[in-house]
Design a protein around this ligand. Structure first.
Ligand code: F6P
Length: 549
């Protein structure tokens, strides 16, 4: 039996949070810490080897109690259960949402339309492992008999960002005798620069696309195919040894000319931005090997298990999701900065942008009602310490409230000199400076002239959360990815939106397809748009002709 859940702003906990937020708005983190000397150890949670310090957030025990109550009144536990049991919770596409099945142990059963999908997951994982081993060992030969030294993943969105983020994050574990590259953008520069110094005889393309119809990926794959055939003396048969596909669409794969024996399957119940653990991770597996890839899955599984079973007050993704709701809806925060103090996580913020914003950038509830509250914030970030010498000024002294997630590791994978201590001193210092700032009196006491004092004051009271893990292993990365996936899920449940569709990307695709033939100067110039678009098209057509293209 499904219980009726009131509209978000009518839930009692929401109303209580509204009045509570007014009471707490002017309370400073300095006061909260001074009043409770144990706060820094108390407002923490730890699971699966990840330590979450949320004490530098503008919350009290009452806030957390109300947020947890909001999660209960939003039916979060039932919705978690529904996701894990394969219910079709992506209602606008009538699909189950089962990225958690991709990392379920072999003996588990998760049923979709009467079939245990875990068996299929492991069959594909085994096939990926076999293929990866053959490529890595040199047993898989290119068309001319040479082993593969370069792997190029062609995909976009979830078929690119997960693979490139994971490759970068786990480079330490990768086979350094091979090159891994990623082509995503339709801009011809991407594919050209990627291929310019590669030898086709030693290059393997992984065409990664859930639908196998995405314009960017199909165009890039075609260009890569032409490059390969040309480079190998015009023999079309070369494609079989140099192209494999990752997709849900076998018909389109074979139409492209890739033997479906060289296709690695996944399913419509895996969303693009949730697909890293599926065959979309093939390039990662070739880079780091099947054992390490299983480590990644194992880390995800541990976080899945924690999310599913831990009480909400100790549940890391639930706590993180609720804090995001708190700032988005009660403090008017528009963004979240994700700041990994780990160079290998340099693409993690970009990866999270799709995960969070394609999921929760929604304007209607599940039943189609327009929301009158804010939903998904803008996620952004850069690895530390680079951001400190760029945009941190605004986070410290600007007029906006920007909650920050700091991510750091106890041990460096490259322990050189004092680098790691300096890195860690900086991450701790940033969170401390944001929370406590520097008062007028403190600035004056340093001998600062009166006129300069206001410029040098730090208001503080700027919230941050710190996530600490021991070391960046494949397992730790898996935990981090699943932590954010489930935090996004928690937010989506509170906001009562479909976090698993992405209709917002469709209109631009349709219009681009309409404009494309109008850019061909052999055709009549289209004039059916607004005056700005018509004019831009006209200008572009003129520029093309002057450029002789
Ligand atoms: O356009 C958005 C999107 O559908 C993403 O959700 C997806 O990750 C990306 O395009 C790529 O899609 P595909 O894997 O089907 O090529």
């Amino acid at each position: 039996m499904t219980t009726h859940i009131p509209y978000l702003t009518a839930r009692p906990a929401w109303k209580a949070l509204e009045s509570h937020s007014n009471a707490i708005r002017d309370v400073h983190l300095r006061t909260l810490f001074a009043d409770d000397p144990k706060r820094g150890r108390r407002l923490t949670a730890e699971a699966a080897g990840l330590y979450l310090d949320y004490s530098k957030n503008r919350v009290t025990d009452e806030t957390m109690g109300l947020l947890l109550e909001l999660a209960k009144q939003s039916g979060l536990q039932d919705r978690i259960g529904a996701m894990f049991s394969g219910d079709k919770i992506n209602i606008t596409e009538n699909r189950a949402v089962l990225h958690v099945a991709l990392r379920a142990p072999r003996q588990t059963a998760i049923m979709v339309d009467g079939e245990n999908v875990v068996d299929r997951v492991h069959a594909v994982l085994d096939k990926m492992a076999d293929f990866s081993n053959r490529v890595r060992s040199g047993e898989w030969k290119g068309h001319t008999g040479r082993p593969i030294r370069n792997v190029v993943n062609i995909g976009i969105g979830g078929s690119d960002l997960g693979p490139v983020m994971a490759y970068e994050a786990l480079k330490h574990y990768s086979d350094r005798s091979m090159n891994f590259r990623f082509v995503s953008n339709i801009d011809g520069t991407d594919v050209t620069e990627t291929l310019r110094d590669l030898d086709p005889a030693e290059t393997l393309f992984i065409v990664a696309s859930k639908t196998f119809t995405t314009q960017e990926t199909m165009t890039n794959a075609q260009t890569a195919r032409d490059w390969l055939i040309k480079g190998l003396g015009g023999d079309n048969n070369a494609v079989a040894r140099h192209f494999v596909a990752v997709s849900t669409n076998a018909a389109k794969v074979s139409e492209f000319g890739i033997d479906t024996a060289n296709m690695f399957e996944f399913w419509d119940w895996v969303g693009g931005r949730y697909s890293l653990a599926s065959a979309i991770g093939l390039s990662t597996m070739v880079a780091i090997g099947p054992e390490h890839f299983r480590g990644l899955l194992d880390g995800m599984r541990q976080m899945d298990q924690h999310f599913r079973t831990a009480a909400f007050e100790h549940n890391l993704p639930v706590l993180m999701g609720l804090l995001t709701v708190w700032y988005t809806n009660f403090f008017g925060a528009q963004t979240v900065a994700v700041l990994p103090y780990e160079q290998y996580l340099n693409r993690f913020p970009a990866y999270l942008q799709q995960l969070t914003m394609e999921s929760n950038g929604k304007h209607v509830t599940l039943d189609g009602t327009a929301v009158d509250y804010q939903t998904g914030p803008v996620y952004w970030g850069e690895p530390g310490t680079n951001g400190q010498h760029s945009f941190y000024q605004l986070i410290h002294q600007g007029t906006r409230l920007i909650p920050c997630d700091f991510i750091a590791f106890g041990q460096s994978l490259n322990p050189v000199g004092q680098h790691h201590d300096i890195l860690m001193a900086n991450v701790f210092a940033q969170a401390e400076a944001l929370a406590f700032g520097k008062t007028q009196a403190e600035v004056r006491a340093e001998g600062t002239p009166d006129w300069l004092v206001p410029h040098r004051v730090f208001g503080g009271n700027r919230p941050s959360t710190t996530i600490l893990a021991e070391r960046l292993t494949p397992e730790a990365l898996g935990k981090l990815v699943a932590l954010y996936e489930h935090s996004v899920f928690t937010q989506g449940v509170i906001w009562d939106i479909d976090s698993f569709d992405q209709w917002g990307v469709e209109l631009g695709k349709q219009l681009a397809n309409r404009i494309l033939p109008e850019l061909d100067t052999k055709n009549e110039s289209g004039a059916g748009h607004d005056s700005s678009t018509n004019n831009l098209i006209r200008r572009y057509r003129q520029m093309k002709q002057t450029g002789g293209t």
